[in-house]
Design a protein. Structure first.
Length: 385
């Protein structure tokens, strides 16, 4: 691999800034960019080809050329991650997961859970048949196992929640007879049936500890510090029965532990605080994200994101970039509605000046709290353009 190419090193550095709120790089994390060549690129091209993406006339040749980059971008767009044509750990693991075929392995409840395209297909079929697996997120969690066991019981099979090729065959027989209406529409129109604030809300301050996030080159608070400041303020003013923080100090918390806290707390919603960065200082504004992957989206997450996006961008008087469906880890691995808010680009001079204002954390926290109150009250006028 051409790791000495300065342009490649810069591409990877920029790409890492976009993947910091997704899956943490593990031992097999990869960073591949145009110009790289070798066995790792062959592996990449083989997986892209198997997933049905065209590699151009040269095919699998071990060279990361323009055709390979186009294939990577097309794949990234299909799974809802940043489509920049570069391969970081998030894109790599999405590729790995896409290679699992229904019935190709035994699925059962374990920790960490099985994940992949086969699990997503299972969830889709269960959903079609009226057995609720929760979010169609490709994670074989307890809710998916319960739905599988319920189907087994109704089909006269051993209700152990384990899924093999034989069960996929039975599921397919029934699913072929269904209307194929996944995802199921939300009968509440993206709102909660009950009061959002009657239970628990989890507030997640991204990064922390050794993971400082973005660090302004001329000093000032790190992204992790800004996230925590806003989260602490938000925890004080949210009118929920209980507010849980994923961290209340400058400590490192894994993404899986953040999701585990949310999933086991009985919370109604997760609000994750981030800040954006980009290699170009021209990028600016506010953006909010909700879970969306391969045709499934969180209806409540999308609606809540719309309210928060309007409220924060108006309060800060920033560019309203909009709300977007993504498969970021905190969105995907929580089984309750979740949203990620990026109030500013810390690489933009004007946005960074806003972030350095002493009242900035309070302003953002108040805007989020007000927006969620309007969302809970179903005030459609609040999000009207």
């Amino acid at each position: 691999m051409d790791s000495q190419n300065p342009q490649n090193r810069q591409s990877r550095q920029n790409h890492r800034s976009h993947e910091t709120h997704q899956r943490s790089p593990g031992a097999n994390a990869r960073y591949l960019a145009p110009g790289d060549r070798g066995r790792e690129v062959v592996d990449l091209q083989t997986r892209l080809h198997s997933a049905g993406f065209e590699l151009g006339s040269r095919g699998i040749d071990g060279v990361f050329d323009a055709d390979t980059r186009r294939a990577v971008k097309a794949f990234q767009q299909s799974v809802g991650v940043l489509a920049d044509g570069l391969v970081g750990p998030v894109t790599w693991w999405e590729l790995v997961e896409s290679g699992f075929r229904p019935g190709g392995r035994l699925l059962y409840l374990r920790q960490p859970p099985f994940r992949g395209a086969d699990v997503m297909q299972l969830q889709r079929m269960l959903n079609d048949l009226g057995f609720d697996p929760g979010a169609v997120n490709g994670l074989f969690d307890a809710r998916t196992a319960r739905a599988a066991a319920d189907f087994q019981k109704n089909a006269g099979l051993v209700a152990d929640g384990a899924v093999d090729a034989a069960l996929f065959k039975v599921l397919g027989t029934y699913a072929d007879q269904s209307l194929g209406t996944h995802p199921l529409p939300d009968k509440y129109g993206g709102y909660f049936a009950d009061d959002l604030f009657s239970g628990t809300i989890v507030v997640d301050a991204a990064h922390g500890g050794r993971d400082a996030g973005y660090l302004p080159p001329d000093g000032g608070p790190s992204e992790a510090d800004l996230n925590l400041s806003i989260a602490m303020e938000l925890a004080q003013i949210l009118p929920a029965k209980e507010v849980l923080l994923t961290r209340s100090d400058d400590v490192e918390v894994s993404n899986s532990n953040r999701a585990y806290l949310a999933n086991t707390s009985g919370a109604s919603m997760v609000i994750s605080i981030h800040h954006a960065s980009y290699h170009s200082p021209g990028a600016n504004g506010t953006a909010t994200f909700y879970f969306d992957r391969l045709g499934y989206q969180s209806h409540r997450g999308q609606m809540a994101a719309t309210y928060v996006q309007r409220g924060v961008s108006r309060a800060l008087e920033t560019t309203d970039l909009g709300e977007f469906g993504r498969s970021y880890e905190i969105l995907r691995e929580t089984n309750i509605p979740a949203l990620v808010i990026e109030p500013l680009y810390l690489t933009n001079p004007d946005d960074l000046e806003l972030a350095r204002d002493g009242y900035y954390p309070v302003t953002v926290a108040e805007a989020v709290a007000k927006s969620l109150k309007q969302y809970s009250g179903r005030d459609a006028g609040f999000i009207a353009v």
